[in-house]
Design a protein around this ligand. Structure first.
Ligand code: ADP
Ligand code: ZN
Length: 439
């Protein structure tokens, strides 16, 4: 049967009641975190705030912020709030350095996460009669696991394809009549293009909806994908630190994503000063988990810039809405779905005996991200022995791959050929901006 909401009592609850639930859950979560995580206890003590000071969401501003660096510093167990024996799962952020961010889950945490993804699937029209093709990557990455679990919860027939092998994706999609497609928007566009090249028309597939996220995409891209696949395309947002995809999801109105407010408390702050901004202002999104057991987070700074809105939505859901991320307040790039920081590239260069004279060039061609790094050779390395430079480029490429998890194209260039800047060095040229993508 077609359901409009996965958990209607929560998803359409009057705002005042949601706030009451958040108040109660926050008080409990803060006390739990204080008692179980030394790292937080020290942060709170340092700020002179005790769990007794937090009587509800209006007191949220008193708590300290937590940043990605705190998570890295506490790697691996420093923020774990329960006995490891109570945990049933680990997931990890993509492509970070030796000190990755790992998130732990108890069974209740997994259940909550999967419910959130199920809400997204039902909002996209999913029912137990659907065939849900999940081509987000499976593994440490949260995309595959999250939508897979959500699809089971809804009762869809789940096709756990993982990413890649596009011919096989298409064969299964056609032979098994997939109706919902879950993947990154760039992969959806690529699948659409491949279908067209193979001579398929949009009406030849049985797809009706797509749930696409994990990277920035534009409205134009949405319309394009909708046209080539003959579907309605929905956005989904999340981050590993908080669970994964499903922190927020789009409804049929396609005007921003509803935040699962019974589990995640959202604020927007001024990234420079930390000041909390009123709803409707553009700023950095900050999340506090409300009922996590293994890896709770207090005031976690996402670095994603967005705007929140409390406007009534035509779908009947009452959850707060967020715009697509409109940019980042740090220098993280998302290339082919993998998080990449210039500092990681710099570390590889220095470790491999190069100087930090380099330029990263990212673009999107045929819906796939291209990733090139120009690196200056040192005067002594400069050689005209045939093949010597190619060999060095290959070595550096392998070192980059080991660090980042994806393969850049390396171009060793002659000494002093990269333009020196008088101000801040221009390390990154992201040509995807020309496509209107908010990188
Ligand atoms: P995930 O595995 O869910 O992508 P990561 O932790 O690897 O999680 O990356 C999270 C980051 O990915 C977010 O902070 C945000 O910058 C980006 N992201 C996730 N979903 C979206 C989306 N729908 N649109 C734009 N950016 C997104
Ligand atoms: Zn809505």
């Amino acid at each position: 049967m077609q359901k409009k909401y996965f958990q209607p009592e929560m998803e359409t609850m009057p705002v005042e009641e949601i706030k009451k639930i958040q108040d109660e859950k926050l008080v409990k979560q803060v006390r739990y975190v204080y008692e179980n995580v030394k790292y937080y206890r020290d942060l709170m003590d340092e700020k002179g705030v005790s769990p007794d000071d937090i009587k509800g969401t209006d007191d949220l501003y008193k708590l300290p912020f937590v940043k990605k660096d705190d998570l890295r510093e506490a790697y691996p167990y420093g923020l774990l709030a329960t006995d490891i024996r109570n945990c049933v799962r680990i997931q990890s952020t993509s492509g970070t350095t030796g000190k990755r961010v790992v998130a732990f889950y108890t069974q209740n945490d997994v259940d909550m996460w999967e419910d959130c993804c199920a809400r997204a699937i039902v909002a996209a029209g999913g029912t137990e009669g659907d065939v849900c093709q999940v081509c987000y990557g499976y593994g440490l990455f949260t995309g595959g696991a999250g939508l897979h679990g959500g699809s089971h919860r809804v009762g869809c027939l789940t096709l756990p394809m993982s990413s890649g092998n596009t011919d096989r994706q298409i064969q299964f999609m056609m032979d098994l009549n997939s109706t919902i497609l879950c993947c990154t928007p760039s992969y959806a566009a690529y699948i659409g293009e491949t279908l067209r090249e193979k001579g398929y028309k949009p009406e030849d597939n049985k797809l009706k909806a797509g749930i696409f996220g994990a990277e920035p995409w534009t409205e134009e891209m949405r319309r394009d994908i909708e046209k080539t696949l003959g579907i309605k395309a929905y956005d989904i947002y999340g981050l590993t630190e908080l669970s994964g995809p499903g922190v927020a999801f789009e409804c049929e109105a396609q005007t921003g994503m509803h935040i699962n407010e019974d589990h995640f408390l959202a604020e927007v702050i001024n990234p420079e000063t930390g000041e909390v901004l009123p709803i409707g202002s553009k700023g950095e999104l900050v999340f506090t988990s409300l009922d996590k057991e293994a890896f709770p987070l207090l005031r976690y700074r996402t670095r994603d810039i967005c705007v929140l809105s409390r406007e009534k939505c035509s779908c009947g859901r009452t959850f707060l809405k967020m715009t697509k991320p409109l940019g980042r307040s740090d220098d993280m790039m998302i290339i082919r779905g993998v998080n990449v920081f210039p500092s990681q590239i710099e570390a590889v260069l220095l470790n491999s005996g190069y100087e930090a004279n380099y330029q990263i060039i990212v673009d999107r061609v045929n819906n796939t991200d291209t990733f090139d790094i120009n690196v200056e050779m040192k005067q002594d390395d400069f050689t005209d022995i045939p093949g010597a430079i190619t060999k060095k480029e290959k070595e550096l490429q392998n070192a980059m791959k080991a660090m980042l998890g994806i393969n850049p194209k390396i171009h060793l260039v002659t000494p002093k050929s990269i333009e020196r800047s008088e101000g801040k060095a221009v390390r990154v040229i992201d040509k995807r901006k020309r496509l209107g993508i908010n990188v």
